[in-house]
Structure formats: structure tokens, C-alpha cells
Write a protein of this length. Structure first.
Lengths: 275, 271
């Protein structure tokens, strides 16, 4: 008898719950998210011996916080103020949590409203990762990416790519990336020096890429010479680029550029200007 | 030889009692936790499911082990006294020290089986989780899913639990179960933060306080020495020298606690 009564009461509770959800939902409050424990030291104390698991919990919270704010309905004012504290907690609890540094830097660098637009914090996070794991070339590469993409500091980006390429286990495509970044930022002399070094590399593809890039830099020098002559009032004929294809005038800008048929097309920064 | 036989008989009796007390039911909870988490975690963690299952599995192995060690360990001796079954037991040709050694070995055997089953469950879940994951993604993980180095962390968890059991048995030899639980838990928590005691002189100016803290650092068990979970999950090598030193330290500490418990229990008057 009692069992039946208990079953009936439970069924009634379930039905009432479902009814309340549908017909009398709780008032919707767009309250800001809170982070009760901000200190990683305290968080470590709360979970002695289980810092890894605590870091996982904070990582899941980070993803939820970023996702909730980013995918919030239009009426909601997006607030990513907890993103860095959460990432800081995660990475203090587990200093080897690679994905928290790498994804975290991407999240932090995203411009508002898709992210907090804080590349400075992205850099701080990646530097924290490098302090914990100084040989992790991926963090240095990500650092270069933040400088390149968000801050447009090509010199710093190239320096980061160059340092990443020198770390143990780094892929060999990082070396040309540093040189390309310098060229895109207008640091042609430094870029040329880097490519000349790469032209001596053991890998054939790298030597080929270096020859092409050096030819592109020569083409850019030739274009500058032509521009200078024009600026001085002369009317010089269009020269040929180092691949033998004549330069053309870009109809949009009226400036000299390499032809699309040229082996040197596109020059660094020509196809799509970096953001 | 006779001592080992007598302790062995007690150990088997303790193991059987653990089975009767349904201690191994915690394994069901462990399995449900791991399998449930493996299903849910993949949706929540941006590709970190293997790492998180390793963290969860190792932490759960440790927590479940410590709980069994404390709550079974504290009643090993006191239960016999409360039930008055200690009288017929001591009337048998068995020394009090053999009884303590047997009780400890029995619970250790229970915990060994418990940890072994949890290890198999963890590796099974990791196998299914990593199955079908492309090679290039697996290559990016800090450590392979079925990393044998996980066994190092599990071995030290077992050593950690063995020390906790010895602490619980030590308190149980002269105190009530309630107080034994409080004392053991206290020692366990303090032992986790032992490194802080070593650096106490950096935050206090009183030399006496610094000396007391430093003494406590050396006297209390340093449980943080048995925690290599984070390193193992990230594929950071744990040297054989570290493992050996941790095990030797634990053995010395366990021996000290067991001899202490034997000394106290031998002097107890059950009239």
C-alpha cells in the first residue's frame, strides 16, 4: 500500500514539475555570471591532490562562459569579464594544460562582440604557458599569431615565429613563416636576410620557396625604383619582374604590380591585406 | 613463520569481512562515474576528453581508496573491542601484534583488489574513448590514451592509501571510531599541505613557531610525495628514483605507524 502511495506521489511530483516548466516558468533574470573563487591558490587548497581535475572543471566552465556569451540572444550585453580569470585559474591549477593556453589565447584575442578583444591578455596567457613549458614551440607560434593577426605588429610576430622555429621539435615551415611575416610588415631587409639563410637549407622545397621569395623581394625593390622615378617626374617604361614577366599597372590603384600570370604572383600582402 | 601464518589468517578474515560488508560496491559507483563521464565529457570539453577521463579516473581511484582506507581502517580494531569479540580472539594462540599486522594486511589486500579493478575499468574506458580517433589527433595528445605510465600514478595512489590505512589503524588502536576518523582525516589534509610547513619560517618571525612547523613537516606524513597524477597525465616523465624514494619513505612511515599501533594495542587493558 505504502509503495503504491509513494509511486503515486512521485508520479504527481513529476507531472507537476513538467506542468510548472511549461505553464509557469521561473522568471528569466539576465544576471551576470559569478566566479566565487578567483584565487588559484585557494582553488588548489580546496582540492588538495586533485588540481588536475579542478583544472578540468574550470576549463569546462571557461568553455561554457565563452559559448554562452558569444551565442547569447541579441538583447544581451555580452560580457567576457570572467574569461581571463577562469583561464588563469585553469592554467594555475594545471600548468601543462596546453589547450587552455592555446584556445584561451584565441578566445581572448577575438574582437568584441565575438570575444573580449583583449590580445594583451592573450599574450599574457601564452607567456604564462611559456614560463611553465619553455620548450613548447606551439605557444610561441600562437604568440606570433596574436601579434600578427590582432596587433598587426609584424616585427614582433616574425620574432616570435623565428624563436618558435628554433625550439626543439618545431616544424620546418615556421622558419619561412617568420620571413614572410617580416616581408608583409615591410621589413624587407630583415626578410631578405632570413630568406638568404633559408636558401642554404637542406630541404629542397625550402630552398625553392626561398628562391621564389627572394625573387619577390627583388621585384618589390624594382617596383620601388619605378615609383621613385615616377615621383621624380620621369615616365619610365614598365620593367619585367625577375621571372621575366612584365609588371602591370593595377587598374584599381594605378600603381605598379606583378602580373597575375607571373610566377611571383601574389607578392607578400598583395592577395589579401592582413587585417 | 608462525607470526606470518597467524597474521595471514587474520588478513584473510578481514578480506572476507570486507566482501561481506559490501565494500566493493564502490566499484559500481566508480564504473558508473567513468562511463557516464566518458559519454558526457566529449560534448563539453573541446577535445580534451581523454585527458579529463584520465584526471577523473585517477582522482576517483584516489578518493575512493582514501575513503575506504579511513572508514574501514578506523573500525578494524575498535569494532572488535565494541563487539567484545576481541576477548575470544585474544584467547586464541595469536599475539596482539600479529592481530594488528593481520588487520592491516587484510585491508591492504581489499584495497589492492579495489585499485586493480579500478585500473582495469579506467584503461577499458580510455580504450573505447580513443578507439577510432585519427592518428594525427592522437599524436597531438601529451601522452597516449593507454599510456603505461598511468600505472606509476596508480601505484603511488595505492602507496598513499596504504599510508592512510596505517594512520587509521594507528588511531583505531586506542581511540573511538569517530575520533579516529577525525584524526586520520586531519593528518591526511595536513599531509597534503606539508610543503607549506617547510616554508613556514618565511611568513612568521618567531623562531620557535618556525622550528615547530619544520618539525611537523618532517614528522607528519608528506602525502604530496605520492601525487604524480598531473605529471603522468601530461606525459611528464616520473623517474624510477622518485618512485623508489616515495615507496621507501612510505614503507618506513607505515612500519613506524604499525609498530606504534602494536605497542599501544599490546598495552591496552580490555578488562
Amino acid at each position: 500500500m505504502n509503495t503504491i502511495a509513494a509511486a503515486l506521489c512521485l508520479a504527481a511530483a513529476v507531472a507537476l514539475h513538467a506542468f510548472a516548466d511549461r505553464w509557469a516558468p521561473p522568471p528569466s533574470v539576465d544576471a551576470p555570471a559569478l566566479l566565487y573563487v578567483r584565487s588559484a591558490v585557494v582553488a588548489k587548497r580546496v582540492a588538495p591532490g586533485h588540481a588536475g581535475l579542478a583544472a578540468d572543471v574550470y576549463w569546462i566552465r571557461t568553455l561554457q562562459h565563452f559559448g554562452q556569451e558569444r551565442l547569447a540572444p541579441p538583447g544581451h550585453v555580452r560580457n567576457y569579464s570572467l574569461l581571463y580569470p577562469l583561464l588563469d585559474l585553469t592554467t594555475t591549477l594545471d600548468p601543462y594544460f596546453s589547450i587552455a593556453y592555446r584556445f584561451g589565447a584565441i578566445f581572448l584575442g577575438e574582437p568584441y562582440p565575438d570575444g573580449p578583444g583583449r590580445p594583451d591578455l592573450a599574450i599574457a596567457l601564452l607567456r604564462k604557458g611559456l614560463a611553465a613549458q619553455p620548450g613548447k614551440w606551439q605557444y610561441m607560434q600562437d604568440l606570433g599569431f596574436v601579434y600578427y593577426w590582432h596587433l598587426r605588429d609584424y616585427k614582433a610576430a616574425a620574432e616570435a615565429f623565428q624563436r618558435a622555429s628554433q625550439m626543439p621539435g618545431a616544424p620546418n615551415w615556421l622558419r619561412p613563416l617568420a620571413a614572410v611575416t617580416l616581408a608583409e610588415g615591410g621589413h624587407r631587409t630583415a626578410s631578405r636576410a632570413m630568406w638568404e639563410q633559408l636558401a642554404q637549407a637542406d630541404e629542397e622545397w625550402l630552398r625553392g620557396a626561398a628562391q621564389l621569395r627572394l625573387a619577390q623581394l627583388d621585384a618589390m625593390d624594382t617596383m620601388d625604383g619605378w615609383r621613385r622615378a615616377r615621383a621624380a617626374g620621369a615616365n619610365p617604361p614598365l620593367p619585367s619582374d625577375p621571372s621575366g614577366t612584365p609588371f602591370v599597372i593595377d587598374p584599381a590603384s594605378g600603381d605598379i604590380t606583378v602580373a597575375r600570370e607571373s610566377k611571383l604572383f601574389p607578392l607578400p600582402g598583395q592577395l589579401q591585406a592582413p587585417r | 613463520m608462525r607470526t606470518a601464518r597467524a597474521a595471514g589468517i587474520v588478513a584473510i578474515a578481514v578480506f572476507r569481512e570486507s566482501v561481506r560488508d559490501k565494500i566493493f560496491y564502490n566499484l559500481v559507483l566508480f564504473a558508473v562515474l567513468l562511463v557516464g563521464a566518458s559519454v558526457l565529457i566529449g560534448q563539453l570539453t573541446a577535445g580534451q576528453d581523454v585527458k579529463i577521463i584520465k584526471d577523473l579516473g585517477l582522482s576517483a581511484t584516489s578518493v575512493f581508496g582514501v575513503f575506504v582506507a579511513i572508514f574501514v581502517g578506523i573500525s578494524l580494531v575498535s569494532k572488535e573491542v565494541d563487539r567484545r569479540s576481541v576477548y575470544p580472539l585474544l584467547a586464541k594462540p595469536i599475539r596482539r601484534s600479529e592481530l594488528i599486522a593481520g588487520k592491516y594486511a587484510g585491508l591492504l589486500l581489499t584495497l589492492l583488489l579495489n585499485t586493480a579493478v579500478m585500473t582495469i575499468a579506467l584503461y577499458t574506458v580510455l580504450f573505447f574513448l580513443s578507439r577510432g580517433v585519427p592518428e594525427n589527433i592522437q599524436h597531438a595528445w601529451d601522452a597516449p590514451a593507454l599510456d603505461p605510465a598511468l600505472l606509476k600514478a596508480i601505484a603511488l595512489i595505492y602507496v598513499d592509501v596504504a599510508v592512510v590505512t596505517a594512520v587509521a589503524l594507528f588511531f583505531s588502536s586506542y581511540s573511538s571510531p569517530m575520533l579516529s576518523a577525525v584524526f586520520t582525516l586531519g593528518v591526511y589534509v595536513v599531509g597534503q599541505f606539508n610543503a607549506d610547513l617547510k616554508r613556514f619560517d618565511q611568513i612568521v618571525s618567531a623562531p620557535a613557531a618556525a622550528i615547530i612547523a619544520k618539525t611537523a613537516y618532517y614528522v607528519l606524513p608528506d602525502f604530496s610525495r605520492f601525487d604524480v597524477k598531473l605529471a603522468v597525465v601530461h606525459g611528464v616523465p616520473v623517474s624510477g628514483a622518485y618512485m623508489t624514494s616515495a615507496v621507501l619513505y612510505a614503507l618506513a612511515y607505515i612500519a613506524a605507524l604499525l609498530f606504534g599501533a602494536m605497542a599501544i594495542f599490546s598495552r591496552r587493558d580490555f578488562k
